[in-house]
Design a protein around this ligand. Structure first.
Ligand code: NAG
Ligand code: NAG
Ligand code: NAG
Ligand code: NAG
Length: 331
């Protein structure tokens, strides 16, 4: 872990991103910190989602863009595309290590920089490198995901944010350019069992170490492939980042099989504060942007939702893991 600290990446206008290495999250006094999921924080006006595109010209896509995210996925409108490849995950080793952070807006896991984790396949024409695993969640179990399925929200959503490393040098350059980002999204229900990756990420000991904005803790040896269900289909569409500047550079891949976490894990997430320890407590929960209009965009899937009873069986409905030491390696 030498030289690795928990750093926050901000999608900035002008294609530049700031990484605050020494003092994580001590953000520049600029527009970049002037947005929130709820309008008012401690009595001060901070622009919420409805205002993001109005307060800063560089963010106007948030207001006028026609390819915005998240969206409601109406599965009756999804077009079956039999030529979509399975999703392919390349791990530099069996497991991933990094930092888990409370950014004040999200719970974010940032993988170590020296070992790349790559995502390809599916609708992706390029190999994309994992930059961040970001969690959105609600204050009640019936809300908390950014994407909806057939008008239904889930309790939480985990987003694997990748950038196109074949075309671009880094996340900030990719975020503002064509085919820049690929975000794989997994929806989460509250149940009496838990996904094993999320259990590692969200156990009580870990979450208490990131109670306040700016807190971080190191997480070692997570098996990223265990985040995925054994079999699944995905829906893909062209959209945007779900936070300012709302760049329309994202290929979204929504996994259609939800994961579970326990109500205990959900409860400990709701105890995370949006603010540093010295400020009053306000729960980070409901850190979601509302669904945006689909307009003329197409939704594609490797599953034919119009054929009832069709099941996801066979290798194209499994995550292909490229790592000789992994038990999940395709073959
Ligand atoms: C990820 O992709 C980069 C660039 O194509 C490559 O150098 C690296 O070896 C890949 N890593 C893995 C784990 O496949
Ligand atoms: C990202 O790459 C661009 C273009 O090469 C460069 O100007 C910028 O400084 C880089 N940003 C970071 C945070 O490394
Ligand atoms: C878990 O939930 C399922 C369905 O909600 C229920 O049938 C089952 O009995 C529960 N198991 C335990 C151990 O509580
Ligand atoms: C989630 O929990 C439900 C109810 O307990 C169960 O039926 C389902 O199989 C679980 N899903 C996964 C992915 O484990």
């Amino acid at each position: 872990m030498a030289g690795f600290t928990c750093t926050l990446l901000v999608f900035l206008h002008a294609g530049a991103a700031v990484r605050h290495a020494a003092a994580p999250f001590s953000m520049a006094k600029s527009y970049d910190d002037w947005w929130a999921y709820k309008e008012s924080i401690q009595g001060t006006f901070v622009p919420g989602p409805a205002f993001w595109g109005l307060v800063n010209a560089a963010w106007n896509l948030c207001a006028i863009g026609k390819r915005q995210s998240p969206v409601d996925i109406d599965t009756s409108q999804v077009v079956f595309d039999p030529f979509l490849h399975p999703l392919r995950l390349s791990l530099g080793g069996k497991t991933v290590s990094g930092m888990l952070c409370n950014t004040g807006r999200h719970v974010s896991f940032l993988p170590e920089r020296h070992r790349a984790v790559n995502m390809s396949g599916g609708p992706l024409l390029y190999t994309h490198r994992l930059e961040e695993v970001r969690l959105h969640f609600g204050s009640e179990d019936d809300a908390g995901s950014e994407h909806f399925m057939n008008k239904r929200a889930f309790s939480a959503e985990v987003q694997l944010i990748h950038y196109n490393q074949e075309l671009y040098k880094n996340m900030s350059e990719a975020a503002s350019n064509p085919n820049g980002l690929a975000i794989v999204s997994l929806l989460i229900n509250v149940a009496n069992n838990s996904n094993s990756f999320l259990s590692r990420m969200l156990n009580r000991e870990t979450t208490t170490r990131i109670s306040f904005k700016g807190d971080s803790t190191s997480l070692q040896d997570l098996a990223l492939d265990q985040l995925f269900p054994d079999t699944f289909a995905f829906v893909t569409y062209q959209g945007s980042t779900t936070s300012p500047p709302c760049y329309e550079t994202v290929t979204w891949i929504i996994i259609d099989q939800p994961l579970n976490i326990t109500s205990m894990q959900m409860h400990s997430l709701r105890l995370l504060s949006r603010h540093p320890a010295r400020n009053i407590f306000q729960s980070m929960s409901d850190n979601v942007r509302p669904a945006q209009p689909l307009y003329q965009r197409g939704l594609r899937s490797n599953l034919d939702y119009r054929r009832p009873g069709r099941r996801c069986t066979g290798p194209s409905y499994r995550l292909q893991v490229e790592d000789p030491t992994s038990p999940r390696t395709a073959g």
